[in-house]
Structure formats: C-alpha cells, structure tokens
Design a protein around this ligand. Structure first.
Ligand SMILES: Nc1ncnc2c1ncn2[C@@H]1O[C@H](COP(=O)(O)OP(=O)(O)OP(=O)(O)O)[C@@H](O)[C@H]1O
Ligand SMILES: [Mg+2]
Length: 380
C-alpha cells in the first residue's frame, strides 16, 4: 500500500485551489510487445501546468505511452522523469499521478463520496480532512449535492465528473486522461471538454490527455502531439498544427483538408510556382511542409483548407469545377465541388439569415488563397 505519513499527507492536501503541476520528461521511450512496436523512441517534454494531448488514429501508441507514464507498463527502453525524479522503477501508486480512463472506473458498491474519499483513505489522511477535501473536490465538478448517490444512479457524464474529482482529490501534480469522454454523446462531450479545460486553467495541474478526436484536441490543448505508428509525427500548438502541418498525414488528420494535385513549374530561393489544372500559383518556399525536396517537374500535393477556397465566376487563377451539392451547417455552408480532373473539393462559405436553402448547382470556378496552402511532395 501507499507509504505516506499523516503529516505528509495533510501537508500536501491543504487545498485543491493551489495545485502545482510538475514537468514530465520522456526520453527515448520505446515499448515493444514481442515483434510489435507499440511506442517507437518518443522524446517529449511536457511543461509544468501544461495541457498536452496525445492525438492519433487507433493503434498509434497513445494508450501505451500513457500506461508507461502511469506505471502500468514498463518501457522497453528510455526514461521518464516527473519534476526531475526518475519514475522508471516507481510503482503506479507511488507516482502521485491522477488517472481518469474511458470506462467509468468508479467502485460500484461505494457512494460518490466514498469513491472520491478512496485515494485519501489509502494515503492515511485524517477523517475530518477527508470530509473537507471530498466536499471541495465534488464542488469543483459541481456534484457537491450528490455525495450519497451510488454510481449506478448517475448519468455517464456525472460518473466521469466523479472520476475527475477522485483523480484530483489527492492533489496530484499530474493528471492522465485516456479518452475520458469517449463514451459520452457529442453534446455532453463538448460541455465536459469546456468544464475540464476550465478546471485545468484554475488548478494549474499538468494534464496529459489522450484522444483520437482532433476537434477535442484542438478545443482543449496548449499543445498537441500527433502520433502515428508509435511515433510523434508533429508536436505543436493547435494553431501551428492547423496552419503549418509538417506532413500530409498531419494535414489530413487535423481539421478538414482538401488535396489538389500539382506540378512544380519554377522555383527560386524564396518562391515556388505550381501548376494546378492548367493554372499557375505562386507560393512561398516556407509553405513546403516538413523537409520535402522540391524541384522543377516534381509532382506535389497542395493542401488547402475549406475556408481558404472560395467559389467565383471568373476563370483567371481559379480552378474550373462543378458544384455537386451543398450542405447547410448553420454558421456556414459546405459546397462540394468536383474539378475537371475528378478531385472532390470542400469549400466553406459563410451562410447568413438570407440563406435561401436552395443548393446552388452547376459550373463554378474555385479561387484558392495561395498564401494559405501547404505543399507536400507526392509519394511515388
Ligand atoms: N499488451 C499488448 N500486447 C501486444 N500488443 C499491444 C499491447 N498493447 C498494445 N499493443 C499494440 O501496440 C500498438 C499501440 O496500441 P495502443 O493501445 O497504445 O494504441 P492507441 O493509440 O491507444 O489506440 P486506440 O485509439 O485504439 O485506443 C497497437 O499496435 C497495439 O495492437
Ligand atoms: Mg487507446
């Protein structure tokens, strides 16, 4: 069990209002399961108090990395430190890390208050202190009036809020969350995203949050590590990942993205000229994603967000196409346009109260904002 004296415990458990996050350093961490590589040489420094998301498709290694931070999996190689302390040989319960996972891991036979009190009991905190801290933790997730309820008498969202209160009640410097909202419906998920983000901002705890939902990662994170095949493909702020993806994988994974085929027709030290559907566009070399080599004659993929394309009647410096359909989405409309080479594009146009609801159809030209695109080499 957890060895911590009463005085230790009560010193650390004074108030949930003054949680202090700690930095995490992951260095060269890999995890192999026999021949399978779950996590492949990950280096990641998470700052104290940061909200960092691990985002990636299924099987990309997010949970495996989190499990090594929690101490439930041992790295095959590499090291993990928390606030400068080496965690490699520290058991999960002694790491002082809070955890919330996808399935509501509440104890079904314990009331809400007993669930939240559990980590404090394990740490030998005094009874009156437990009562005070449990109340404080439950009011932070707005469930102070639910102390006596059993988990089965709560909604999914309420159960996850209890799980958050239980993870935070012993004031861990770090909170690990693995798809904590995965089982909830979209509206509730969005509400709880804001709630967790607000809680994070007011507490100062370091949060590492696993999700495969890019919108969720964009909403909540200070930084996002995009994972694929056990590696971090790109690490950056939501804004930089959205506008400056370094690979077509990241470009495609974050937000909606259109890809157009083009050919490099000219280049100098600062600019490249690209032909797309017989039209030429001039873009800065800084818009080339990653470390891609470009040369005249090279085939490229041009990534353009739906909001950087617009329909126009004029054919000059625009790509000809046919509007196939359009979708009304409240604040904007998405036009689906098929270009002459068969590429399907999504174009976002603002909608207004004057939107007639009639789908515009027929021939159009698509203007592209050359300053807003990213250019990637096309794989052979
Ligand atoms: N105990 C294990 N034994 C063998 N292979 C494993 C084990 N745990 C994970 N893996 C493999 O490691 C890789 C990463 O798995 P992981 O669970 O970390 O992915 P994930 O990104 O969390 O995916 P998801 O979004 O589906 O939860 C996968 O190929 C998976 O099959
Ligand atoms: Mg997982």
């Amino acid at each position: 069990m957890i060895a911590m004296s009463n005085s230790d415990a009560s010193n650390r458990h004074q108030s949930l209002n003054s949680l202090k996050g700690e930095a995490i350093a992951i260095q060269g961490v890999s995890k192999r399961f026999g021949p399978i590589v779950g996590v492949d040489c990950v280096d990641l420094h998470v700052e104290a108090g940061e909200f960092l998301s691990l985002l990636g498709p299924s099987g990309s290694g997010k949970t495996t990395l989190l499990m090594m931070l929690a101490g439930f999996e041992m790295p095959s190689s590499g090291s993990i430190t928390l606030g400068g302390r080496d965690l490699t040989h520290v058991s999960p319960n002694k790491r002082g890390i809070g955890r919330v996972f996808q399935r509501y891991a509440l104890f079904p036979h314990m009331s809400v208050a007993q669930n939240v009190a559990f980590p404090l009991k394990m740490r030998g905190v005094r009874k009156d202190e437990i009562a005070r801290l449990v109340e404080q933790a439950l009011s932070r997730v707005r469930l102070q009036n639910y102390c006596g309820r059993m988990p089965a008498q709560l909604s999914g969202g309420q159960q996850q809020r209890v799980a958050v209160a239980r993870a935070l009640v012993f004031q861990p410097p770090v909170l690990l969350m693995d798809e904590p909202l995965g089982a909830l419906d979209k509206k509730l998920r969005e509400e709880l995203q804001i709630e967790i983000k607000t809680l994070h901002a007011s507490l100062g705890v370091t949060i590492i949050y696993v999700t495969h939902d890019q919108e969720e990662a964009l909403t909540m994170s200070d930084r996002i590590a995009v994972m694929d095949k056990g590696r971090i493909q790109q690490l950056g702020s939501p804004v930089s990942l959205y506008h400056e993806p370094s690979s077509s994988f990241v470009a495609d994974f974050i937000g909606k993205m259109n890809f157009l085929n083009g050919v490099v027709t000219g280049l100098d030290d600062c600019r490249i000229e690209i032909a797309i559907s017989g039209q030429t566009f001039d873009v800065a070399r800084s818009q080339i994603g990653g470390r891609e080599e470009v040369a005249v004659g090279r085939s490229v993929r041009i990534a353009a967000r739906p909001e950087s394309l617009s329909p126009t009647d004029e054919g000059e410096r625009a790509i000809a196409g046919e509007i196939e359909t359009s979708i009304f989405l409240g604040p904007h409309r998405t036009l689906i346009v098929r270009t002459e080479d068969g590429t399907q594009l999504q174009i976002q146009v603002p909608s207004s109260h004057r939107d007639s609801g009639v789908t515009p159809r027929g021939r159009t030209f698509v203007r592209l904002d050359p300053a807003a695109v990213r250019v990637f080499a096309r794989e052979a």
